[in-house]
Design a protein around this ligand. Structure first.
Ligand code: AMP
Length: 276
């Protein structure tokens, strides 16, 4: 496996791949790799001749320095993970390699002021700013994103339609552990007790979903969601609501929606979305 840190070196490998007419799949990540990332890599390996994974903890998408500094990082394990998953090329640039001193931050204008965008102001501006850089450097055929970050996926779909028409976006379903919680780098920051509480919360949410009438409209389901969530022992909550799968609106039936939530365990913010 190649580990490359600078753009010029990367370009020479990309040119070699292109000369051989290899198709390239790209999996952007922030590292602390887990089985969820593994699913994206597997899918890319299946679809393409070569798979490139990037690891870059993007400061511009964090709302606080503290959150950025405490984001899990485990270089050595990530190298092993990529190598065990037969990644062809790991791109791990520094911040200086990616950003100019006075980098212009792009403004995301899609799916604004709802869900995570409402509570993490500027977060998606940082996401599309870094992807704009990565897409223009890597120039892959396909790029892989997880449904775990569903609003992000929708925003990137729009961004690609608007600016990178040559690129095909592939979405990958959320990978969960045996107890049903989604793999996430942030889970590493939870204590055993917090994990247990989170699993028990998740199981209650699953039961709540099973109890819902599929014929409800989304607004009715959201009334039920409000009644359910006030009964739970949650330290802090940003949102817990159903939204339409296609446009993230409140229109339509619950059968065409997902339940989205962002909750806190201690200082750790956990997000998930569940198909109804
Ligand atoms: P991150 O490193 O958290 O920025 O995530 C990199 C990519 O992996 C994003 O496209 C995420 O949506 C995806 N991802 C993270 N967790 C999971 C999971 N449990 N299942 C599937 N994809 C995931």
């Amino acid at each position: 496996m190649l580990i490359i840190k600078d753009i010029s070196n990367l370009q020479s490998y990309l040119t070699a791949y292109q000369n051989r007419k290899y198709s390239i799949g790209f999996v952007p990540t922030m590292g602390a790799l887990h089985k969820g990332h593994g699913e994206l890599i597997k899918k890319s390996k299946n679809d393409n001749h070569k798979t490139i994974v990037s690891i870059f903890v993007n400061e511009k998408q964090f709302n606080s320095k503290e959150d950025f500094n405490s984001y899990p990082r485990n270089k050595g394990l990530d190298y092993d993970f990529c190598s065990d998953n037969d990644v062809d090329l790991l791109f791990e640039p520094s911040s200086e390699e990616i950003y100019n001193k006075d980098e212009t931050i792009l403004k995301n204008t899609n799916y604004n002021n709802i869900l995570c965008d409402k509570y993490r102001k500027g977060h998606f501006d940082g996401v599309i700013t870094v992807l704009n850089k990565f897409f223009s450097i890597v120039k892959s055929d396909k790029v892989y994103f997880g449904e775990k970050d569903f609003q992000q996926l929708k925003i990137i779909e729009k961004f690609i339609q608007e600016k990178y028409k040559f690129l095909e976006i592939v979405s990958v379903p959320t990978k969960r552990n045996e107890e049903g919680i989604a793999y996430s780098s942030r889970n590493e920051k939870l204590s055993k007790k917090q994990i247990q509480d989170f699993v028990s919360f998740h199981q209650k949410v699953e039961n709540f979903l099973k109890s819902l009438e599929k014929s409800f409209d989304i607004n009715t389901a959201n009334q039920k969601a409000k009644d359910f969530i006030v009964e739970q022992d949650i330290e802090e909550l940003d949102y817990f609501e159903f939204r339409n799968n296609n446009d993230l609106s409140f229109n339509g039936r619950v059968s065409e929606s997902r339940l989205f939530y962002a909750i806190y365990k201690g200082k750790v913010r956990l997000i998930d979305n569940l198909k109804v």
